[in-house]
Design a protein around this ligand. Structure first.
Ligand SMILES: [Zn+2]
Ligand SMILES: [Zn+2]
Length: 386
């Protein structure tokens, strides 16, 4: 084994097994994989059990995506106390530790993404480690000795701190009492405990864990190749919109993960819809100009890598850079013209002469045409190599 390889595997060997987690995740998985199907074959299932299981799963995973991830870890929007309370409760049901703890880990993940030692669930150490291994075996004991120093903003949120203080009481309570009460109400006690309790929890755990594992392994990287994060539609569907992970790692403060209206991102739709009734506000979005520039930059790098292997590399590189520079110039001209035009529309000055307004619109339309033309030129060239 080479020296580099030994070094690579060292962090995995270090660390301490967390036996409570091993037992909990092991036993719950075994029950979901064996007792639940056995029960179904033996006694059959009532449809209401699965409906409740699906409802509880969607509620808890949305709380993780909207609350733990976009609200608390990234401050991508603001939410009123009522919604924060609901999301904090949903986070208890998801059983993924407190919002404060989760966000602290997640902020480290973004800061040191793919770093063997510093990223708590680094995909560079493989699927198993980033999926669940990091929960079963703790490598870095000092990580939690900082009193969550990187989350001073969250420490000022009384709802986050209340949830953190009573986390285990609330979580165990929610995960046992909700299925139990439902089971008693429907006269399906064991069925509800098994399906809406255990199976739902195991299912929701592993789907969320896929974001740390699969979303760093499987998919495309249109916005940056600086880290392993990937965009993956299937994962987006399974995780309530969290699968556009390459975009997210490039622009983590954006409240959206799927930026086009047709991208499957229910958390984004919830956050937007709730802003219309004042429950959420200050939704952060990255400008289209920045997004398009990031895509073009990534395409340029990919094209350059391929072109470098060709005999006339120098000439192709020059062409690529020329077209890329043109695109960037046209992009900023277009967005500037658009901004000026929109501002003039907003100001709606009565005394403004019609001529000037017409000039602004004309300007905007011209830059738009130029940009569209350049987009075509650029894509035609870059796609040959990327
Ligand atoms: Zn990630
Ligand atoms: Zn994130």
């Amino acid at each position: 084994m080479s020296e580099a390889r030994v070094h690579e595997q060292e962090p995995q060997k270090k660390g301490r097994y967390i036996w409570t987690n091993i037992l909990f995740f092991g036993i719950s998985f075994l029950i979901a994989a064996t007792v639940v199907p056995w029960y179904g074959f033996e006694y059959g299932f009532h449809w209401s059990t699965w409906l409740w299981a699906a409802g509880l799963w969607l509620f808890s995973s949305t709380s993780i995506s909207m609350g733990y991830h976009r609200l608390w870890s990234h401050r991508a929007f603001e939410a009123n106390g009522f919604l924060r309370g609901i999301l904090a409760f949903g986070g208890c049901l998801a059983l993924q530790n407190s919002a404060l703890h989760w966000s602290s880990d997640h902020r480290i993940h973004h800061k040191h993404v793919d770093h063997d030692e510093k990223d708590p669930y680094s995909a560079s150490l493989g699927f198993w480690h980033s999926h669940i291994g990091w929960i079963l075996k703790r490598r870095n004991e000092t990580r939690y000795d900082e009193q969550y120093a990187r989350c001073p903003d969250l420490k000022r949120d009384p709802i986050v701190m209340f949830q953190h203080k009573y986390y285990w009481l609330l979580s165990v309570g929610a995960n046992v009492l909700i299925p139990a009460i439902l089971g008693l109400a429907y006269g399906l006690f064991w069925e509800m405990m098994l399906v809406a309790g255990v199976f739902r929890l195991v299912w929701s755990h592993h789907l969320t864990f896929f974001i740390n594992s699969l979303a760093h392994i499987w998919g495309s990287r249109p916005y940056t190749e600086e880290n392993s994060a990937r965009d993956n539609f299937i994962l987006a569907v399974l995780t309530g919109g969290e699968g556009y992970h390459n975009y997210h790692h490039k622009f983590q403060s954006d409240y959206r993960n799927g930026i086009s209206w047709w991208h499957f991102d229910p958390s984004k739709w919830w956050i937007k819809a709730l802003s219309w009734v004042g429950v959420t506000k200050n939704l952060k979005v990255v400008s289209n100009e920045k997004i398009e520039k990031a895509r073009a930059e990534t395409l340029l790098l990919k094209a350059k890598q391929k072109a470098a292997l060709m005999p006339n590399a120098e000439e192709i590189m020059q062409k690529l850079h020329h077209e890329y520079d043109q695109l960037v110039t046209h992009l900023s001209e277009f967005y500037e013209a658009k901004k000026v035009w929109l501002e003039s529309k907003k100001a709606d000055l009565a005394h403004e002469i019609a001529e000037e307004k017409a000039h602004l619109i004309e300007n905007y339309e011209q830059f738009k045409l130029k940009l569209e033309e350049q987009r075509l030129n650029w894509m035609k060239l870059a796609k040959q190599y990327a």
